[in-house]
Design a protein around this ligand. Structure first.
Ligand SMILES: Cc1ncc(COP(=O)(O)O)c(C=O)c1O
Length: 484
């Protein structure tokens, strides 16, 4: 693996290019999750150069590298201005999950003894992860079965003295709808409970959509009772990955997120984030993206996103066998199938046509669906996207639903997954046609390519047939085998 002697940079870059040949494309709008494309190459170029410029600055010690303090103040300041409280204290983090982890930690430490996080079933799993890491308990509340917005009434019943934090999303990722932030924040405030708004995906989008004419309810730090809000710049801020901002109502709550240690004979530790040593590259990239686009740039992207979403929702409504779940308020659209059109098969068919549509499993009474995040680049290709969805839906209708091997979910559910070693698990997967190690083998990734990946419809159908805890156990095994 490690060469005896150093290799030239051209050779290294060529190898990276070859390795990436089987990846989903990060530009062009044919991948409707994971990546955010403005469609403006010069903006991304500015970000890349600024990222590289700041790459080797270590955010471990702000006194050593004042450039990073100045940049962080500017980036956090821009987010605070957009999200209803100019000057609000904040932290630049590596992403939504880290912002959420810190919001939960701050709330926990602000309310000693309170150990519950109350959240809608549509909230991002980062809260479950935070609760798991921080020793808290999750109390899920239902969402309305038609609108998919959290039930304020259920929050009212669930919040009490034991609650460390109430969580709402603006919007939720699965259906792209905004929870009743004002109602829940008021209920929380009345009980002295902090309220976090997860605006990871929507924080840097909803204000532009509102300015472009969309009806967006109040959701930010201007809402009484909201004590913190997370906003990922590496999503609709279009910054390179590793960029999120967590804002607090006041500096006292922000201090609860910090960590300091003098319990060793080395350098003093004072961390604003979970990570200690970390590159200032993402901060430089985020700052440059904000500067390269400016207010008008984001507003124009907001207009384009709004128009593309409107056309997508309208177009999907005309495709037989498909329907949009709820009324998406942002740019995230969930498309459910029907007994005739299996969305998992549809996703496989779309993949064959060169498009990635993200499958979402059924959960808490919400049907399985495919997720589409509309970004700045989508408008230019929205007709092509609709044609692909229609063609893939037609092919899925012809193929029929994915067939779950008889007895397999029952067999899996009956296994003690912890007792299986990775090799046995891989064999089990291979018996249903899934080669878990294919993409990880050196030399095979480029040749195999996306088109020759095994169909995922059966895998998704099997997962869908299993209870969530078994799904989780299976997913951990997938990952372990993939890296073996
Ligand atoms: C609403 C919401 N919260 C949190 C996250 C987690 O963000 P990250 O993947 O940056 O950790 C996401 C990611 O899509 C999200 O949509």
């Amino acid at each position: 693996m490690l060469p005896e002697y150093g290799r030239p940079v051209t050779e290294l870059l060529a190898e990276l290019t070859a390795l990436k040949a089987a990846d989903l494309p990060v530009r062009g709008g044919k991948v409707t999750a994971y990546v955010y494309d403005t469609g403006l190459p010069e903006v991304h170029e500015a970000a890349h150069r600024a990222y590289a410029e700041m790459l080797e600055v270590n955010m471990l010690d702000p006194t050593a590298f004042p450039s990073m303090v100045a940049l962080e103040r500017r980036v956090v300041g821009a987010v605070a201005e957009l999200l209803g409280r100019p000057g609000a204290p904040g932290i630049f983090t590596s992403g939504g999950t880290e912002s959420i982890m810190l919001a939960v930690k701050a709330a926990r430490d602000a309310r000693p003894g309170a150990a519950r996080v109350v959240l809608p079933v549509t909230a991002h799993p980062a809260f479950h992860k935070a609760a798991h890491y921080l020793g808290l308990e999750i109390v899920p509340v239902p969402v309305d079965p038609v609108t998919y917005r959290a039930s304020a009434e259920a929050f009212g019943d669930a919040l009490d003295d034991r609650t460390a934090l109430a969580v709402v999303s603006a919007p939720s990722y699965p259906q792209g709808v905004v929870d009743p932030v004002e109602e829940v924040a008021a209920l929380a405030a009345a009980r002295g409970v902090p309220c976090h708004v997860d605006a990871c995906v929507g924080g840097w989008l909803l204000p532009w959509l509102r300015e472009a004419g969309a009806a967006i309810p109040p959701f930010d730090l201007s809402v009484p009772g909201v004590t913190s809000i997370s906003c990922d710049l590496h999503k609709f801020g279009y910054a390179p990955k590793g960029a999120s901002v967590l804002l607090f109502r006041d500096a006292e709550l922000r201090r609860r997120a910090y960590f300091a240690s003098a319990a060793w004979p080395g350098y003093t530790i004072i961390n604003a984030t979970v990570q200690s040593s970390r590159s200032a590259g993402p901060l430089g990239g985020a700052w440059a993206t904000l500067q390269a686009l400016g207010r008008q740039g984001y507003l124009e992207l907001g207009r384009r996103t709004l128009e593309a979403t409107r056309r997508l929702v309208e177009g999907v409504g005309k495709i037989p066998g498909l329907r949009v779940l709820g009324e998406p308020q942002a740019a995230l659209v969930a498309v459910a199938g029907s007994p005739e059109v299996d969305v998992f098969v549809l996703a496989d068919e779309a993949r064959r046509l060169g498009w990635f549509l993200q499958p979402q499993l059924s959960y808490a009474g919400i049907p399985a669906n495919i997720h589409i995040t509309v970004t700045g680049v989508t408008l230019a290709g929205v007709d092509a996207m609709l044609e692909v969805i229609a063609e893939a839906a037609e092919a899925a209708r012809r193929r029929g639903p994915a067939e779950v091997p008889e007895g397999l979910p029952e067999l899996i559910a009956s296994l003690d997954l912890d007792a299986l070693d990775d090799a046995t698990f891989a064999e089990l997967a291979a018996s249903v046609g899934i080669d878990l190690t294919a993409t990880a083998r050196p030399g095979t990734a480029a040749e195999s390519g996306a088109a020759s990946q095994p169909g995922m419809a059966v895998v998704n159908a099997v997962l869908d047939a299993l209870p969530p805890a078994t799904r989780e156990a299976i997913l951990v095994r997938f990952l372990s085998v993939m890296y073996s």
